[in-house]
Ligand binder design. Sequence first.
Ligand SMILES: [Zn+2]
Length: 104
Amino acid sequence: MKRLRAAPNLVVATMWADALNAAGYPAQVFSRYLSSIAGEIPPDQALPTVWVMDARQALAALAFLDALERPCASPPWICTGCGERHTGSFSQCWNCGAQRPADS
Ligand SMILES: [Zn+2]
């Protein structure tokens, strides 16, 4: 087992662990409930931490987490249905429901 990193909160820690597990890096969240005693212990030690079960996967798992947090690289696009402009992170038009064209 190897510690990957501390998460800002339990929701993010759980999301990271779920994504790691789905990607083939068995992981667990530890220190889930230490936030309740933040102040009695240093705040940075009260954060939930994500651990990978196989220490040999630690580097690849960290790279996976880094990629997960990188902003979407998709370019902005314009809906062919209604002309609405969207950032690259959207795959469907929020205005008319049309899917993003495959070539944009
Ligand atoms: Zn649209």
